[in-house]
Design a protein around this ligand. Sequence first.
Ligand SMILES: NC(=O)c1ccc[n+]([C@@H]2O[C@H](COP(=O)([O-])OP(=O)(O)OC[C@H]3O[C@@H](n4cnc5c(N)ncnc54)[C@H](OP(=O)(O)O)[C@@H]3O)[C@@H](O)[C@H]2O)c1
Length: 322
Amino acid sequence: MGYLDMFCHPVWAISTALLTVFVRIQRNYARWNPRTCEVRLTGKTAIVTGANTGIGKFIALDFARRGARVILACRSEVRGTEALNEIREKTGNSDVHLRLVDLSSLDSVRAFAKRILEEENALHILVNNAGVSGLPRQITKDGLEASFATNHLGPFLLTNLLLDLIKRSAPARIVTVSSVNHKRGKVDFSHFRGENLTYFMDEVYNHTKLHNIICTNELAHRLQDTGVTANSVHPGVVMTEVMRHYPLWVRCIFNLVGFFFFKSSEGGAVSPIYCAIAEELEGITGRYFDSDCSLVLPAPLARDAALAVKDFEVCERLTSKL
Ligand SMILES: NC(=O)c1ccc[n+]([C@@H]2O[C@H](COP(=O)([O-])OP(=O)(O)OC[C@H]3O[C@@H](n4cnc5c(N)ncnc54)[C@H](OP(=O)(O)O)[C@@H]3O)[C@@H](O)[C@H]2O)c1
């Protein structure tokens, strides 16, 4: 039998088809299933950033189903309103609200936090989910590199501005949606201002995701004995709009491979939801969870306590009002 004949053989075709179906079914596997988790969030308030699409929308949907008061923190009124209506309609929960914030702007984050502090009596869950990848070089009006501002410094400031409210609401949880890509990230504080960066594929993104974990760990350390936990999580490789800033050919390959192997947005929301609500995680803090909800070690740099103290201080300085 010739080499090509083998590929045309019915046994080959059937096994390939079966394998494809199996791989596609397995792509959303996690050791925890939100559908079988009976935790209710009635009386609890949750904020999910970037909740208008992708992973964030499914996190917000889950919280709304469980009866929480949910605040969708989105930057686009149109896209946010669409998600708001969809979530209200699907869950029958009318206590879901849209508040606008552009995380790349420190002023916008301050205005958002001010409004939340005026309007909300409690905040039990904060999910820092919003993020971008593949942005070209841009410096924001705060003088910060745009990917760092959106993925790390904006959420960092937001968390700190809401921290007293979160502490008063304890037990409470802060969940940072990072990425396994943090393992390819580096720490160089000049990156925050857009210096010494290479804009190739996801290089800049990877650095931002490393800072996410480093600062979440330091936050967890600072929050000891407050009843507030702070953990980071990898949602998996997920078919969302996250590749929107990449060239067309990269998006085509991502979507083609992703159809078989990558998680759906709903599947990607599972590990962040787990960190936010699972009873077995009560009191667990300063940890990093994988996309199947298992507790795993992050990269060595993300475990360096001295570096975390320094990083946190640098971020405090960069986000403080002069
Ligand atoms: N998808 C993956 O494979 C993957 C893997 C690892 C980690 N993650 C992480 O998962 C999180 C969610 O990503 P996703 O995959 O769901 O991506 P997505 O579909 O692109 O959604 C990203 C969300 O973030 C919002 N956002 C972006 N820039 C913002 C800004 N300046 N201010 C406020 N909101 C902003 C977007 O709002 P607009 O719709 O208005 O732009 C959108 O709601 C991100 O932190 C990402 O790094 C994703």
